[in-house]
Design a protein around this ligand. Structure first.
Ligand SMILES: [Zn+2]
Length: 323
């Protein structure tokens, strides 16, 4: 009797043991499977229609054994990012360069006049995504109202200078390029520096001015665009709230005049609000150091609105501004 009892116990242990093993296997499978699904989903959301030759994403390798190696398919969570911009029935953009991740940097051209003007948006990526949204609105508007371009002027709009940052996230994680560089500190100005005193400056994520001035492909794209044109004036759009910053260290007279004229119609602060931050390696400073008559950094009111009406007025003033 005693022997039979202990034998039946063995069977119970065995069956429960097998059950436990099956549960562990199922859980492990679920974890690996869901991980793979998430990785491929993240891949397909970061591949947008503006990427060159949208090839099919390579399916992720399955990792059947736990590993300490970081999953190469893991990408940070992607929040809402703006959809690729396509101008219906309008001029096609010129691709003037590529970001680190291979996203095109596009320039739209309006008008054929001799005086050349440049608007750059999105230098701070998804942190200032509304500047890209504004550029898209301006491009659409100008396409429908070409008369806003004076007959003796040409306007170029680089609608998204930092497409990788814009695709990464809206908010602080979207500000820098894929090397973690603040592109508005990467221009090889006389005051360029890799690092700077952070007092009064943006401090929400680690960032640098790059390995050297002009180290980043996005920066070099805009530099060669500016060098290959004879620009009268440049607006580099930012957000938010600080006002209109003239180019030059110290601010150059012509850039101050342009900043004042733009501030008058937009009601953005001029002189801009001084937070005590030292700005180094900026696009506007580099532009005036390299032959552009006047350049400004102009900040939208917040990180959400495009301030379209204000900036349409600003565009008209800008295109009629002469040194
Ligand atoms: Zn900015």
């Amino acid at each position: 009797m005693a022997r039979r009892k202990s034998q039946s116990h063995t069977w119970v242990y065995l069956i429960w043991g097998i059950n436990g093993l099956v549960v562990v296997c199922l859980l492990a499978f679920a974890v690996f499977y869901l991980n793979g699904q998430r990785a491929s989903a993240a891949e397909s959301t970061t591949t947008d229609a503006t990427s060159p030759a949208p090839t099919r994403a390579i399916p992720p390798t399955s990792y059947w054994l736990p590993t300490l190696t970081p999953n190469p398919y893991y990408t940070p969570p992607v929040f809402e990012t703006s959809t690729p911009f396509v101008l219906a029935d309008g001029p096609l953009p010129t691709i003037i360069g590529f970001s680190l991740a291979g996203r095109p940097i596009e320039a739209y051209t309006f008008g054929v006049g001799e005086r050349e003007y440049l608007v750059v948006a999105g230098i701070h990526g998804g942190y200032e995504w509304n500047t890209v949204a504004l550029a898209n609105e301006l491009i659409t508007y100008i396409n429908q109202h070409p008369e806003v371009i004076p007959s003796d002027a040409t306007l170029y709009i680089i609608r998204n200078m930092n497409p990788d940052g814009e695709a990464r996230a809206r908010g602080v994680d979207g500000r820098v390029n894929n090397n973690g560089v603040d592109l508005n500190r990467n221009f090889p100005t006389e005051n360029w520096t890799a690092n700077w005193d952070r007092d009064g400056c943006w401090i929400y994520r680690p960032t640098t001015g790059g390995a050297y001035g002009g180290s980043e492909p996005e920066t070099r794209t805009v530099m060669s665009f500016i060098n290959s044109h004879n620009l009268t004036a440049v607006i580099s759009y930012h957000s938010a709230a600080l006002g209109v910053f003239p180019g030059g260290v110290p601010w150059e007279e012509k850039s101050k005049e342009l900043a004042k004229a733009l501030a008058r119609v937009t009601k953005y602060p001029y002189p801009p609000i001084d937070t005590g931050c030292d700005y180094t390696g900026t696009l506007a400073d580099w532009a005036v150091e390299n032959g552009v008559d006047a350049a400004v950094d102009m900040e939208l009111t917040n990180h959400r609105d495009t301030d379209f009406e204000q900036n349409l007025k600003a565009l008209k003033v800008f295109l009629n501004w002469r040194p």
